[in-house]
Write a protein of this length. Sequence first.
Length: 103
Amino acid sequence: MRLAELAGDEAFGEKSRTFVFQDEGHTLGNALRCIIVRYPEVMFCGYTVPHPAEAKMHFRIQTNGPRAVDILRRGLEDLAKVCDHTTTVFQEKMTAFKATSTS
């Protein structure tokens, strides 16, 4: 994944940033937004896919304290944990299903 960081505005400094994800779209954008928007220190979190023909997503974070890049890192780590948990539960349920369907 390639990621670029656009400059924030003077009023918020490092607390406000737009990140540009190359080769990403709604799948990552919506999942990541759903996680980050729940953090109490986040004032705004949203994303856009500027044009369907462009393979990039703009992801904006504005906080009332921590740096936006730190919130993004935390959000990506939390999303990875959710994905790992989902995979584990799915595999457990598939194993249980196969055990009952072959007996």
